[in-house]
Design a protein. Structure first.
Length: 211
């Protein structure tokens, strides 16, 4: 059975959530109030990012220069990509993060041969416009990650999910195998959902060897 590894980006491939670093520095408003609403289930993660980044009026270059050395990669990312390539596993990033910084970070570390599905952004006078486009080409208000998970499952993949956050819970529940850290790991333990924990991405490689 062909295998696909669906991996989150912020807090999974990176050590911290890059979007939070940018919002803390540049948002003109109380974006953390929106974050609280999201964590309480009052708004979707799509809605949270859309409203929060509308508060950011800085241009792309300013944000990327600020991000610079602040975006730290979780250890083992290159090794995980190499492992998936050797094994013939498809590796895909599906993230609620924003395309402009994900693409810049991957380019900076020399990664340009993997598929990335994330929020599409446009910079304008009224902040950053953020859109989530699903597999069918329509804009989604919720369920971005799950939409791609379901697509990959329909395509016949054995799906391995790697993630860390609240927004990873729903897509992870659809997967055949879960690798979890952070809030996702806490949820899996609370729900007695079978998963493997990881600290760095070399742990994921060791777990994949056992599947």
């Amino acid at each position: 059975m062909k295998t696909l590894v669906q991996c989150d980006f912020d807090g999974t491939i990176t050590q911290e959530d890059v979007s939070f670093l940018l919002l803390d520095a540049f948002a003109n408003g109380n974006w953390r109030q929106l974050l609280t609403q999201y964590k309480e289930g009052k708004i979707s993660v799509n809605r949270f990012n859309t409203k929060a980044f509308a508060m950011v009026n800085a241009d792309r270059q300013t944000l990327l220069e600020f991000m610079g050395s602040r975006a730290k990669m979780r250890a083992g990312f290159d090794e995980l990509l190499d492992y998936c390539h050797r094994k013939g596993f498809q590796f895909v990033i599906v993230s609620n993060g924003l395309d402009f910084y994900i693409e810049a970070i991957l380019k900076d570390i020399g990664v340009d041969n993997i598929e990335v599905f994330s929020a599409q952004t446009q910079f304008g006078p009224n902040g950053i416009e953020t859109k989530y486009i699903g597999p069918e080409g329509s804009q989604l208000e919720d369920g971005f990650k799950e939409a791609y998970t379901r697509l990959f499952l329909r395509e016949g993949y054995r799906l391995v999910y790697v993630g860390n956050g609240i927004s990873d819970i729903s897509p992870a529940r659809l997967a055949h195998h879960i690798f979890a850290t952070g809030d996702l790991l806490t949820y899996c333990k609370e729900m007695n959902l079978n998963c493997r924990s990881f600290v760095d991405l070399n742990d994921v490689i060791r777990g994949l060897e056992l599947l």
